[in-house]
Design a protein around this ligand. Structure first.
Ligand SMILES: Nc1ncnc2c1ncn2[C@@H]1O[C@H](COP(=O)(O)OP(=O)(O)O)[C@@H](O)[C@H]1O
Ligand SMILES: C[C@@](O)(CCOP(=O)(O)O)CC(=O)O
Ligand SMILES: [Mg+2]
Length: 387
C-alpha cells in the first residue's frame, strides 16, 4: 500500500516571534507543498529496514528496524492517538541513530528533521519496515514553514496508513481529513516542530494543517475570511538561518529586558488584530480597497520595525526593504528572519511594469522572487492515482 500526503508552506502576515510569547499572529498557507510518500514492503519481502529518502537533498537514510526497536521499545510505541512530547533523553537516543547516518556537514541542519521523522514514525507506526520519500517545493530554512510542512505531511501519511483513521481509501485523488483526525494530526505535527524549533508557537503546523488565512494566539486559531485581494511578492534572500537559534535569541533578549520586550510583544498583538480586522471587513465599507491596502502597508512597516527591536532582521532583509521602498512598496520579513524571506504587498492598482521592475532589481541583488497563491486548502492525502 502507498499513502501520499502533501502539506503547504505559509507566510506570516504579522506576529512572528511575538506569537511564541503569547501575542496574536496572522498567517496564510501558500500553494507550495512538501510531499511525502509512505510505502510498506509486502509480507513476502524479507526487509528489516526503515528508509527515509530526501530526494531533493539527494540523501538516503536507512535504519535496521531491530536496531531502532532496541533503542526505543521501552517507550511502549506505537501510541498513535496520544501525541507525546519527545523527552530530552529520547532525543539523545535518537540522535545516536541519526549520527550513524553520517550526514555531510553542509547538510547537518537536516539532522533535526531526521530526528523528528524517527520520533513521529515510531510513535505512530511502531517498529515496522517502510520506505518514506520526501520532496518539497519549499526552500528549507527560509521562513516559509518547511519544517511544519514536513511534520504535517509526514504525520498525514503515517496516520493515513492506519485503519483507525476515517478516510475513503478507494477515493481517487487528494482527500481531506475530517475535523477530529485533523486535530490529532496537528497535535502530532506540533510535537515534530518542537524537535526542530525548540519552542514553537504552533502557528506554522496549524496553518499547514487547516489551510486558509488564520488568526492564532496561544494555541487557538480563528479562520479569517478575506474581503480584499491580498497579493504578496515573496523575496527569498537566500541567506540561510535556523529558526531554533532565532527563537532562542528573542527569548534571551526578553529575559534581559522583560518590560521593554513585553511592550514590543503587546504592540505586535495590536498590529495583528488590526490587520485581521482590515482583511475581514466588508468592501465597500467605510474604507476603499486602496485605503485598506495603505493601512496594511503601514502595519507591515510597523511590524518590521518591531522585528528589528527583537533583533531578527538582517542586512539582506534591509536591502529588500530599501529596494521596494524605492517603488513606494512596503515590506516586512516573514518567518523567523535573520535572512530568509520578505513579503511585499502588491496593491491592486500597481502596474505590471512596476512589479517587473522591482522584481528585476531584487533579482539583481541575488535574491529570488515569487508570487504564491495564498489561503488555499491545508494538508491532503491520497491513496489512489493522481490525475
Ligand atoms: N523536506 C524536508 N526534509 C527533511 N527535513 C526537513 C524538510 N523540510 C524541513 N526540514 C527540517 O526543518 C529545518 C528547517 O526548519 P526551520 O529552521 O524552521 O525553517 P523553515 O521552517 O522556515 O523552513 C531543516 O533544517 C530540516 O531539519
Ligand atoms: C518565528 C516563528 O514565529 C515562526 C517561524 O517560522 P519559520 O520556521 O521561519 O518558517 C516561530 C513560531 O511561531 O514557532
Ligand atoms: Mg520552521
Amino acid at each position: 500500500m502507498e499513502v501520499k500526503a502533501r502539506a503547504p508552506g505559509k507566510i506570516i502576515l504579522a506576529g512572528e516571534h511575538a506569537v511564541v510569547h503569547g501575542s496574536t499572529a496572522v498567517a496564510a498557507c501558500i500553494d507550495l507543498y512538501t510531499y511525502v510518500s509512505l510505502r510498506f514492503p509486502s509480507d513476502s519481502d524479507d526487509d528489516d529496514t526503515l528508509k527515509l529518502v530526501l530526494k531533493d537533498m539527494e540523501l538516503n537514510f536507512s535504519w535496521s528496524v531491530t536496531r531502532i526497536k532496541a533503542t526505543l521499545s521501552h517507550l511502549g510505541s506505537p501510541f498513535p492517538s496520544t501525541p507525546t512530547t519527545c523527552s530530552m533523553e529520547v532525543i539523545k537516543s535518537i540522535a545516536v541513530l541519526v549520527d550513524e547516518q553520517n550526514i555531510p556537514e553542509a547538510k547537518i541542519g537536516l539532522s533535526s528533521g531526521a530526528t523528528a521523522f524517527l520520533w513521529l514514525y515510531t510513535s505512530i507506526i511502531g517498529f515496522k519496515p517502510a520506505t518514506v520519500v520526501v520532496t518539497s517545493d519549499l526552500p528549507l530554512g527560509a521562513g516559509l514553514g518547511s519544517s511544519a510542512a514536513f511534520c504535517v505531511s509526514l504525520t498525514a501519511a503515517l496516520l493515513g496508513s492506519l485503519n483507525s483513521v476515517h478516510l475513503d481509501k478507494n477515493h481517487q485523488g487528494w482527500l481531506t481529513y475530517g475535523e477530529s483526525d485533523l486535530d490529532l494530526l496537528n497535535k502530532w505535527a506540533f510535537e515534530g516542530e518542537k524537535i526542530i524549533h525548540g519552542k514553537p508557537s504552533g502557528l506554522d503546523n496549524t496553518v499547514s494543517t487547516y489551510g486558509n488565512i488564520i488568526k492564532f494566539r496561544s494555541g487557538n486559531m480563528t479562520c479569517i475570511k478575506s474581503n480584499m485581494p491580498l497579493k504578496m511578492l515573496i523575496t527569498n534572500t537566500k541567506v540561510g538561518r535556523n529558526t531554533r537559534a532565532l527563537v532562542a535569541g528573542v527569548s534571551e533578549r526578553s529575559m534581559r529586558h522583560p518590560d521593554a520586550m513585553s511592550s514590543v510583544f503587546n504592540a505586535v498583538d495590536s498590529i495583528s488584530k488590526e490587520l485581521s480586522t482590515i482583511i475581514e471587513s466588508p468592501t465597500p465599507d467605510d474604507l476603499s480597497i486602496t485605503e485598506k491596502e495603505e493601512r496594511l502597508e503601514e502595519l507591515m512597516e510597523m511590524n518590521q520595525g518591531l522585528l528589528q527591536c527583537m533583533g531578527v532582521s538582517h542586512s539582506s532583509i534591509e536591502t529588500v526593504l530599501r529596494t521596494t521602498l524605492k517603488f513606494k512598496l512596503a515590506s516586512k520579513l516573514t518567518g523567523a528572519g535573520g535572512g530568509g524571506c520578505a513579503l511585499t504587498l502588491l496593491p491592486t492598482l500597481l502596474s505590471a511594469t512596476v512589479v517587473e521592475k522591482v522584481t528585476t532589481e531584487l533579482e539583481t541583488c541575488g535574491f529570488q522572487c515569487l508570487i504564491a497563491g495564498i489561503g488555499g486548502t491545508g494538508v491532503e492525502v491520497c491513496f489512489g492515482g493522481l490525475s
